[in-house]
Design a protein around this ligand. Structure first.
Ligand SMILES: CC(C)(COP(=O)(O)OP(=O)(O)OC[C@H]1O[C@@H](n2cnc3c(N)ncnc32)[C@H](O)[C@@H]1OP(=O)(O)O)[C@@H](O)C(=O)NCCC(=O)NCCS
Length: 204
């Protein structure tokens, strides 16, 4: 008789936990998360125009760690990398599309942090679609995905102190303020101070 997973011999309880967590992170590339107005699917090559167009807006990238791409070929490479990371179970980048017309409007990513049960969330929306509540709606679905499919115990996020739009989205999602990090990330060679937040599954 094949042994049940619970009957496999592990060197320690920690090894057994790592095995279970690893098994749960095999997320199919065709996974869809649906919300009232949005369909979230794995980011792919079809999104090059979305990212290129959004990143042409002055200041769009200032609140994020990545810089505007210099050409579209860079975005093709990044799309391949995103899918590799997805299949490796390290990070899951979703593109949000409007259900009503299939137009792509933004992204939400969730990636593993240093501790296996802690995941970090980031989001953006194409400036054409700001102010419609899409960021919060999409991020809410990904946070739920993190707790239910990735076995996250805690999800963290952060925003540059000046980024009050992002702050408002994070507040709407129910994150708890943790503190200020004077060097959350670097932009143009300068440290950017961030406010950091976390949420636990019990808060949903
Ligand atoms: C941050 C971002 C995703 C917000 O997108 P959005 O579509 O405007 O988000 P939402 O519509 O869900 O919510 C925005 C909230 O900010 C509020 N808001 C709008 N302009 C604001 C401003 N200047 N200051 C403070 N709040 C503001 C809106 O009223 C809304 O709150 P409400 O629902 O209580 O009215 C978008 O601005 C973006 O993509 N920015 C560039 C990338 C980025 O900075 N990402 C976040 C990295 S941490």
């Amino acid at each position: 008789m094949q042994p049940h997973f619970a009957e496999l011999a592990f060197a320690s309880a920690a090894d057994a936990k790592r095995f279970r967590v690893h098994k749960m992170r095999q997320i199919a590339e065709d996974t869809i998360l649906a919300t009232r107005r949005l369909r979230l699917r794995a980011a792919n090559l079809a999104d090059v125009e979305l990212v290129w167009s959004a990143s042409r807006f002055d200041g769009f990238n200032d609140g994020m760690t990545w810089d505007p791409p210099g050409n579209k070929a860079e975005l093709v490479d990044i799309a391949h990398r995103n899918l590799r990371e997805w299949n490796a179970g390290n990070s899951f980048t979703f593109t949000s599309e409007l259900i009503e017309n299939n137009v792509a409007v933004g992204r939400v990513g969730i990636r593993r942090e240093a501790s296996p049960s802690v995941w970090g969330v980031g989001f953006w929306v194409h400036p054409y679609y700001w102010g419609c509540g899409y960021a919060a709606e999409a991020a809410h679905a990904v946070i739920h995905f993190g707790f239910s499919e990735l076995s996250a115990l805690k999800i963290v996020t952060a925003h540059a102190i000046w980024n009050t739009r992002s702050q408002r989205v994070i507040e709407k999602l129910g994150f708890r303020f943790v503190g200020e990090n004077p060097c959350g990330y670097e932009k143009h060679g300068q440290p950017v101070a961030e406010y950091e937040y976390e949420i636990e599954s019990s808060a949903l």
